[in-house]
Design a protein around this ligand. Structure first.
Ligand code: FAD
Length: 467
């Protein structure tokens, strides 16, 4: 069966009527832009949708949801297209692509921003930073704000400002039955609760309102690199440094292989290294002192900590995470970084299957931990760290081994440990359950039954309604 025949299954007349009523564009198999339109950041998911609806506004979103519902077709919702498990594309169904919707309005009096759901972090950062404001954003600026926020949001401001969803003040949502609702603490509070951590299960979010934080234009940030031979000493030292870190400082360790970065000595290129990244988002004069304990943990190969424009720092890692590779992420929250956990990380680092595979250890806590666990659907807040294991290869060759390695590391860290939906490369029921404590999961099922009882929105870390 050719992809064209798949489209005809919808019905040519229905399709023409649909496309004719759209303010945005409809891309179908055979169109010049089809290959670009169907692709997402993670090339491990090569899918062929029947159509991609590039929505220009809420009316287009309503129209596309109605088409998926009436035709009984799979519906993939796409914000920035960075889904690791590939949920923002599909075979033979509809991709609702929000990428044309990238407007941002900053309300200085309210210190809030309303961002359309197709914005990437670089869009929102550019507008809010015009005024020295920000909300916790992604480590890579090409990531979409929507999927990121609805799943959680761990970035360079997480210890100072909390998760991204902790700054979400409201959202406009198109539900499965075609209603257009505003969810906030005052309106549809059950939906607002579920959206903050429950991902794309409850509808298509068309805009997000954020409370903004005064960050200023400059942060003291950077990376320091140590040789892999000193990994044990550096990890132990990192743990000690974290214990004394102020909430204004967010750091992470990356057990990785050095790319040929110009500031790294040539002898380190292509060798395994321990990198520590950090961002001090407060009074610039204290940044050097605050980050010092992290920058003297061994033989320093390079240290590029310095004052940086916040926007530049938000984009600094972009070249290291390009679109088009094969990717698999798997994560585990750690209550503490105990000796056994550190040993597991070290041994996994020794067995890393390829130069693009990495282990990230993020320190959490701070503002994120001060939010009551039941106030949003993101309930795992009392853990000090999260480990994100990245299995990555240039193409399909060796990818299965990289996935196996990532699974093995997280299982060794705690087979029953809590996981983070946004750092999860699969959507199996047990992985989704592992992201939520039982009470949270029950509440999410109840919200699902209210807002999407037929599970129209199922291409996600799915919370299935009870049958
Ligand atoms: P998409 O692929 O567009 O969407 C993912 C899913 O979210 C969709 O399948 C859908 O279910 C849902 N969704 C998206 N938009 C909407 C909407 N408007 N309404 C309803 N549902 C929607 N996470 C972190 O916490 N911190 C990081 O620093 C971080 N860095 C990352 C860096 C890279 C390079 C990548 C690939 C991922 C990173 N992530 C990070 C994970 C990221 O949060 C998730 O992949 C997230 O889902 C990406 O959002 P998106 O809108 O780009 O994804």
């Amino acid at each position: 069966m050719t992809p064209h025949q798949d489209v005809k299954e919808i019905g040519t007349a229905t399709l023409s009527e649909f496309a004719g009523g759209m303010r945005g564009t409809v891309v179908r198999p055979g169109d010049a832009e089809y290959d670009e339109a169907r692709g997402i950041w993670n090339a491990a998911h090569d899918r062929r949708p029947a159509l991609v609806a590039r929505c220009a506004g809420v009316a287009d979103v309503l129209r596309t949801v109605e088409l998926a519902r009436s035709e009984g077709l799979p519906l993939a919702v796409r914000g920035g297209g960075h889904s690791i498990p590939g949920f923002s594309t599909c075979d033979n169904g509809i991709v609702l692509d929000l990428s044309p919707m990238r407007g941002v309005r900053v309300d200085l009096a309210a210190r809030q921003a309303r961002a359309e759901a197709g914005c990437l972090w670089r869009d929102l950062d550019a507008e809010t930073q015009q005024f020295g404001l920000a909300v916790t954003g992604g480590l890579v600026s090409s990531t979409g704000i929507s999927g990121f926020t609805l799943g959680g949001g761990i970035g360079w401001l997480v210890r100072r400002c909390g998760l991204t969803l902790d700054s979400l003040a409201g959202a406009d949502v198109v539900t499965a039955d075609g209603r257009y609702l505003h969810a906030s603490a005052d309106e549809h509070p059950d939906l607002f609760w579920a959206l903050r951590g429950g991902g794309g299960n409850f509808g298509v979010v068309t805009s997000l309102d954020y409370d903004l934080h005064e960050i200023g234009l400059t942060v003291y940030s950077g990376l320091v690199f140590y040789p892999a031979e000193e990994a044990e000493q550096v990890l132990r030292g990192y743990r000690e440094a974290c214990a004394g870190a102020a909430d204004e400082l967010t750091t992470l360790v990356n057990l990785t292989t050095a790319p040929p970065l110009p500031f790294l000595p040539e002898h380190a290129h292509g060798r395994r290294v321990v990198a520590i990244g950090g961002c001090w988002a407060a009074d610039g004069d204290r940044g050097e002192e605050a980050t010092a304990p992290f920058r003297s943990l061994g033989t320093v190969l390079a240290d590029v900590f310095a004052p940086h424009p916040y926007v530049a720092w938000q984009q600094a890692l972009d070249p290291l995470y390009p679109r088009g590779l094969h990717n698999y992420f798997r994560s585990v929250f750690l209550r503490v970084a105990g000796d056994a956990a550190l040993e597991t990380l070290l041994s996994a680092f020794d067995q890393v299957p390829g130069p693009l595979c990495e282990i990230h250890l993020h320190q959490l806590g701070g503002a994120m931990a001060r939010v009551p666990a039941d106030s949003t659907a993101f309930a795992v807040r009392d853990h000090d760290y999260i480990v994100n294991v990245i299995g990555r290869t240039p193409d399909a060759q060796g990818f299965a081994e990289a996935v196996e390695w990532a699974r093995g590391v997280t299982s060794a860290l705690g087979p029953d440990a809590a996981t983070y939906v946004n750092f999860t490369g699969e959507g199996s029921a047990d992985r989704v359950r592992a992201a939520y404590p039982p009470d949270t999961y029950r509440r999410l099922v109840s919200a699902k039954e209210t807002y999407d009882p037929t599970n129209l929105f199922r291409l996600n870390q799915n919370i299935a309604p009870k049958l």
